[in-house]
Design a protein around this ligand. Structure first.
Ligand code: FAD
Ligand code: NAD
Length: 401
């Protein structure tokens, strides 16, 4: 009989790790594995704050997909997923369509704008190699613009980061490293440049350990970051941001990091979603579907300890890939004995730029150099899982201390 086709949408953490695990666990004759992604490269979303600020070249965060997967067992297709038609068991792609027997949805996230006017038109987002390359070039261009015109515009040198969650804080940290370099390159005094982190909640990094939050804010303030806490943004315009208080801050650069929602393909395809994400069954299937699995930022799983969804992280996506691969393997082999996903959260470590970072690992708080070293170990660990030691040597962060 014909081999069943396992179709994996998206080559992020979830999709790549699922493809890689399935290729190791299934024999050639068990199934056909097809991986679809809009680029022919895989990038590490968790590193994107660095190329966005310009502290790391974007090529360091990406790799050609066919250089890391087993192309004897996985067929890679560069295409854009447009819509999923579950009734017909097929996926509409930009340049064709493809049927599946088992589907894995790992299309990642999109920026959450909360419908705030002007965000889509006027703000930047840290979401892909293309988007962060744009941010880096834009920032540099603003430095050049400032000195390149006779009339000086302070808003050219005002950089606003909307949302002080982990993405916003990590990006601000990188900016504090990059801005002094740009000041030197463009002959601009550091005091001319403003970096403003604007957060709606009553603290930066809401929900995180307060002592570590304070540590992070102190470090960043010492490097010249202005925090505006308890300050929701209500509109973004071509001239800057409007705060809920009515105040306007002029800026030519607003980077929007107020959280994420699931890929819009899910809503478009008629799935029931919460903030664009699908709440999955414990075995990672879409309720009511035998053959559709969801992984990573597209999936919501409730943490029984808090009765709230686990935050969307690479850590969870990677962990889900082992349950998901096992479950698809079981189905392919004719078993209905599926495993429930169990999260094993190891902790959270966030970089603050340079040799500074904060984190909680197990029950231990880390800050400063040990935290920054741990961050690099985590980054390298993923490369090891995906491509073994050779990939760590090729793409890893080897200067740990
Ligand atoms: P992604 O890794 O985002 O991959 C989705 C893939 O799908 C991409 O390759 C994309 O090109 C592709 N795709 C999207 N739409 C289509 C389409 N229509 N057609 C074809 N292909 C498509 N998490 C942590 O655990 N630790 C961290 O330290 C951490 N740091 C972060 C730092 C930053 C700056 C950011 C932005 C996020 C960070 N996260 C971190 C969160 C983490 O990056 C995400 O949770 C993780 O990337 C989710 O994995 P995923 O596989 O669901 O999606
Ligand atoms: P987030 O949801 O964690 O944080 C968004 C922040 O924006 C919140 O603090 C929120 O109060 C604020 N905000 C919302 N609306 C606002 C408004 N109108 N004006 C001002 N502020 C507003 O989102 P994120 O930081 O993008 O992170 C997304 C996911 O990725 C999270 O699960 C996070 O844990 C994960 N992540 C992890 C790391 C790490 O582990 N090092 C790094 C980056 C991201």
């Amino acid at each position: 009989s014909k081999k069943p086709r396992i179709l994996i949408l998206g080559a992020g953490y979830g999709g790549m790790m699922t493809a890689s695990r399935l290729s190791k666990q299934l024999g050639y004759n068990d199934a056909e594995i097809v991986l679809v992604n809009k680029h022919d490269y895989h990038y590490q979303t968790t590193w994107l704050h660095e190329p966005a600020a310009g502290t790391l070249h974007h090529d360091r965060t990406r790799m050609r997909i066919e250089s890391v997967i087993d192309t004897n067992k996985i067929k890679f297709l560069k295409d854009v997923v447009v819509e999923i038609k579950t009734a017909e068991k097929k996926v509409i792609l930009e340049s064709g369509e493809m049927e599946y027997d088992y589907l894995v949805i790992g299309l990642g996230s999109e920026p959450e704008t909360f419908g705030i006017p002007g965000v889509e038109e006027h703000a930047f987002a840290i979401r892909s190699v293309n988007s962060v390359r744009h941010i880096r070039e834009h920032i540099e261009y603003k430095f050049a613009s400032y000195n390149g015109s006779d009339v000086k515009h302070d808003e050219d040198l005002t950089f606003i980061v909307a949302g002080a969650g982990f993405t916003g804080i990590e990006f601000v940290g990188e900016l504090t490293e990059r801005i002094p370099e740009l000041c030197k390159e463009y002959d601009i005094a550091r005091e001319k440049v403003r970096i403003i982190s604007i957060e709606a909640a009553t603290t930066a990094l809401p929900g995180f350990d307060p002592e570590l939050v304070e540590y992070a804010m102190n470090i960043l303030e010492k490097r010249g970051v202005e925090f505006k806490i308890n300050t929701p943004i209500k509109e973004v315009t071509k001239d800057g941001v409007l705060l809920a208080s009515g105040e306007e801050i002029k800026s030519k650069t607003v980077v929007w990091t107020t959280g994420i929602r699931g890929s819009s393909v899910l809503e478009k395809s008629g799935f029931e979603t919460m903030r664009g994400r699908i709440q999955v069954e414990p075995e990672l299937r879409v309720p009511g579907f035998e053959d559709v699995f969801v992984i990573g930022d597209c999936a919501i799983i409730i943490d029984e300890a808090t009765n709230r969804p686990f935050p969307p992280t690479a850590q969870i996506a990677i962990q889900q890939s082992s349950t998901l691969a096992k479950n698809i393997k079981a189905l392919v082999h004719g078993s209905n004995n599926l495993e429930a996903f169990k999260a094993d959260i190891k902790g959270t470590v966030a970089s603050l730029g340079g040799k500074e970072a904060i984190g909680v690992v197990g029950s231990k708080k880390l800050f400063g150099t040990p935290a920054a070293a741990m961050k690099k170990v985590i980054d390298n660990r993923y490369l090891f899982l995906l491509g073994g030691l050779p990939l760590v040597v090729k793409k890893g962060k080897l200067n740990i201390f």
